[in-house]
Ligand binder design. Structure first.
Ligand SMILES: Cc1ncc(COP(=O)(O)O)c(C=O)c1O
Length: 394
C-alpha cells in the first residue's frame, strides 16, 4: 500500500548514522564507537563542573497537563537567567518552552509570514535546510565558503536582503564552523534584525561553548516586544541534557502568544519532569558554574584537537565557539571517502556537504570539508582519536 503521506528523508546527520550502522553493525555513540559525526555533549560531570542530576522529585499534580508555553518554575528560571547574565528585561510572557531546540525553530519557520525571505548562510546547521524545504520557505543564501573563510559580515546579509522583508536564521556560535558573533558585531546584527520589516532567529544552542565570557543576542536587544527577534536555546548542549528534550524561544509577547496557541492545538506543552529538572539546572549559581566549566573544558579540547588536526594536514577554519572543528581534508580526499576509511575503525565524521545550504552534493565546494565533533569526547580519548585519524589519512 503506498503511503498516504508525502515522503521526506531524515535530516542529513542521520544519513551518516545509517551508513555507519550498515558498515559497522553498530549504532554510532554506543561503546567502542568514535562518534565524531554527532552533536551531543558529554552528559557526565565535566572536570571542575557542577554535578549532573540523576533523579528528580515530582508530585501527582505534575502528572496533569502542563501549561501550554511552559510551567512557571521554568519560565521564571529562564527569565532570571537572561536578566541576570545579559541584563535583559524580559518577563515570563516573553518565553515559550518546547520539546528541544528544533521544535522551537520549526514552529517559528512554520508561522513566518510568506513575504519574509529567510537569509541563511551557505554553511549552516543541517536541518535548517530540511525545514526550509519542507515548509517551502523562500530564502536567500549569504556566502559562507572558503573564499570568505566562512566568516560572512553584516554587509553580506545586507547585500542579500535588498528591499525584501527579511528574516535572518543563524546559529551563533555556528554549527558547523564555530564562528561566533559577539560584542559589537552581534550588537549590530541584533539592531539590524530589530528594524521594521526585518526579524531574525538567533539559535544559541552553543551559547556556553564560547571563548571567554559567553555573549547572547539577549544582551543587545533593547525592547524585545518591539522586534521580530526569536532567541532560541535548549537544555541540549550547555546544560548537557539532550535527553530532557527541553528548548525555548525568547520573543515578543505577541509572538509568544502564537506559540501558546500553537501548543494548545498541536503540542500540549512539554513534559513536567523535564521542565522541573531544567529549572534546577538553570539555578543562577549552578548556571554560572556550568558556563565556566563548559567553556573551559571544551575550550581546552578545541585547542588540543586544533593543534593535532593541523599537524595532520587539515586546513581548519574553526572559529572560537561550539564543539566542532571545521576544515578541509588533506590530500584532496573527499569526506565520503574519508568516512569509508573511518568506518573500519568504528569512527565517522560529518561530511561537509550536509552543511551546504545549496545541497550541491559531490559538486559542493564543501565536499572535501568535514565537521569533526569533540562534543561527546572525554579528555582521555585524545591519543586514540589522533591515532585513528592518522591511520585513516595514510
Ligand atoms: C545549531 C543547533 N541548534 C539547535 C540544536 C537543537 O537541538 P535539540 O533539538 O536536540 O534541542 C542543535 C543540536 O544539534 C544545534 O546544533
Amino acid at each position: 500500500m503506498p503511503s498516504a503521506l508525502t515522503y521526506f528523508p531524515p535530516m542529513g546527520v542521520y544519513e551518516t548514522l545509517f551508513k555507519f550502522l550498515d558498515a559497522t553493525g553498530q549504532y554510532m555513540g554506543t561503546d567502542g564507537t568514535h562518534p565524531w559525526a554527532q552533536g551531543f555533549p558529554l552528559t557526565s560531570q565535566l572536570p571542575g563542573g557542577p554535578e549532573m542530576p540523576t533523579s528528580i522529585s515530582f508530585s501527582h499534580s505534575d502528572l496533569k497537563y502542563p501549561q501550554a508555553t511552559g510551567g512557571i518554575e521554568l519560565l521564571t528560571a529562564l527569565r532570571d537567567y537572561y536578566n541576570h547574565f545579559y541584563g535583559a528585561d524580559v518577563s515570563t510572557d516573553n518565553i515559550a518552552v518546547f520539546a528541544g531546540g528544533r521544535p522551537g525553530i520549526y514552529a517559528t519557520l512554520a508561522f513566518l509570514k510568506p513575504e519574509y525571505h529567510v537569509l541563511i548562510e551557505e554553511t549552516e546547521y543541517t536541518p535548517y535546510w530540511d525545514a526550509l524545504k519542507i515548509l517551502k520557505r523562500q530564502h536567500k543564501i549569504v556566502p559562507s565558503n572558503p573564499d570568505n573563510g566562512f566568516r560572512p559580515s553584516l554587509a553580506d546579509y545586507q547585500a542579500a536582503a535588498q528591499q525584501d522583508k527579511s528574516f535572518v536564521v543563524k546559529s551563533n556560535p555556528c554549527n558547523p564552523t564555530g564562528v561566533t558573533w559577539q560584542g559589537d558585531t552581534l550588537h549590530q546584527m541584533v539592531d539590524w534584525c530589530s528594524e521594521e520589516g526585518r526579524g531574525g532567529l538567533i539559535d544559541e544552542a552553543y551559547e556556553f561553548f564560547q571563548t571567554g565570557e559567553p555573549d547572547s543576542a539577549m544582551r543587545h536587544v533593547k525592547d524585545i516586544d518591539q522586534t521580530n527577534l526569536f532567541v532560541v536555546s535548549a537544555a541540549t548542549k550547555g546544560l548537557q541534557a539532550p535527553g530532557l528534550r527541553v528548548g525555548w524561544v525568547v520573543a515578543s509577547k505577541a509572538n509568544i502568544e502564537l506559540f501558546r496557541n500553537f501548543s494548545s492545538i498541536a503540542m500540549g506543552g512539554v513534559a513536567r519532569p523535564s521542565q522541573i529538572c531544567t529549572s534546577l539546572l538553570l539555578e543562577l549559581d549552578r548556571a554560572q558554574h556550568a558556563r565556566k566549566s563548559v567553556g573551559e573544558f571544551y575550550g581546552s579540547q578545541r585547542a588540543r584537537y586544533r593543534q593535532a588536526l593541523e599537524d595532520l594536514g587539515f586546513d581548519l577554519f574553526t572559529g572560537d565557539g561550539g564543539f566542532y572543528h571545521w576544515g578541509r581534508l588533506p590530500g584532496g580526499l573527499t569526506a565520503d571517502d574519508f568516512n569509508e576509511r573511518l568506518f573500519a575503525h568504528h569512527a565517522a565524521i560529518l561530511p561537509g556537504t550536509l552543511c551546504d545550504m545549496f545541497r550541491r552534493g559531490a559538486d559542493s565546494p564543501l565536499a572535501k570539508f568535514v565537521r569533526f565533533s569533540f562534543g561527546p569526547l572525554t579528555a582521555d580519548t585524545f591519543d586514540d582519536d589522533i591515532k585513528i585519524l592518522r591511520q585513516a589519512l595514510s
